[in-house]
Write a protein that binds this ligand. Structure first.
Ligand SMILES: NC(=O)c1ccc[n+]([C@@H]2O[C@H](COP(=O)([O-])OP(=O)(O)OC[C@H]3O[C@@H](n4cnc5c(N)ncnc54)[C@H](OP(=O)(O)O)[C@@H]3O)[C@@H](O)[C@H]2O)c1
Length: 257
């Protein structure tokens, strides 16, 4: 007989989603609110999106659960330390961490400046390390943790954004696998999701329909994905204590291995 997953009701345990005010991150934060978590979402520059996300998440939180909106650069270790201290104080030790904050500035190899390289690596990859390093001691204390890193199809097949983006996302897979190996025996799983072509998130939101049709033609399903497709992959990883160190592709078959 199957047992009910302890993650169906998170019972007010704290969850952190970096970049949780828009796109994929907001979809995952909504899922966590529905599962009874207390939430902290990190955002950087888009105040209007943060305000709208706060309203939406408040409407979904179960009674008595906390919500923190944390503004700052997740790629700055001092900011991450300060944010984590606020989360611990207000919501308790973190049980679920979703490293989702990311930027994707397109540039061909020779056009990537030093600044663009550093900013992309810091935002997309270092942020995941800084946040994981902060929350792991609390996860060890409670003997439970879920860390989900939002990578990209670019980590698997190179992608089309640029070398800085592909390297940052491929780095997330190494971080995931190493962490899975070291931390499994403490009840902590680390997994990645590699989405592609999510039409209601990030750069794709404003694409004209002709470009969306071109992209759809590159997938096996003949379609683009939706935030909900990524959220389903996240929920599976949340519920799966025996799945760790994997990368789930959510890409309509655009890249297969
Ligand atoms: N959309 C896709 O098809 C797709 C495909 C593959 C991978 N991904 C990955 O999925 C993740 C989410 O993508 P998305 O399309 O949902 O992005 P999005 O809609 O552009 O949202 C990005 C989120 O990250 C936050 N953020 C950006 N830089 C940050 C920083 N330095 N510190 C803290 N927060 C920061 C943003 O905050 P502000 O709003 O305040 O700037 C926003 O909440 C990214 O890692 C992306 O690489 C997306």
């Amino acid at each position: 007989m199957s047992s009910i997953s302890p993650t169906e009701d998170l019972g007010g345990a704290a969850a952190v989603v970096t970049g949780g005010t828009r796109g994929i991150g907001l979809g995952i934060a909504e899922c966590l609110a529905g599962r009874g978590a207390s939430l902290a979402v990190v955002w950087h520059r888009n105040e209007a999106a943060a305000g709208a996300a706060e309203k939406r998440l408040r409407s979904l939180l179960r009674p008595g659960r906390g919500l923190l909106l944390l503004q700052g650069d997740a790629g700055d270790p001092a900011v991450v330390r300060a944010h984590h201290a606020r989360v611990r104080e207000a919501l308790g030790p973190v049980a679920v961490l979703v490293n989702n904050a990311g930027i994707m500035p397109p540039a061909a190899f020779e056009q990537v400046s030093d600044a663009a390289w550093e900013e992309t690596l810091r935002t997309n990859l270092s942020s995941a390390f800084y946040w994981s390093r902060e929350v792991i001691p609390g996860m060890k204390e409670r003997g439970f943790g879920r860390i989900v890193n939002i990578a990209s199809i670019a980590a698997r097949g190179g992608g089309v954004i640029g070398p800085h983006y592909a390297a940052s996302k491929a780095g997330m897979l190494g971080l995931t696998r190493y962490g899975a190996r070291e931390l499994g025996r403490f009840g902590i799983t680390l997994n990645a999701i590699a989405p592609a072509f999510i039409e209601d998130a990030g750069i794709f939101v404003d694409y004209p329909s002709e470009r969306k049709a071109e992209i759809s033609a590159r997938t096996a399903t003949g379609s683009m994905g939706r935030v909900d497709d990524v959220v389903r992959a996240f929920a599976y990883l949340l519920d799966s204590p025996f799945v760790t160190g994997v990368c789930l592709d959510v890409n309509g078959g655009a890249f297969m291995i």
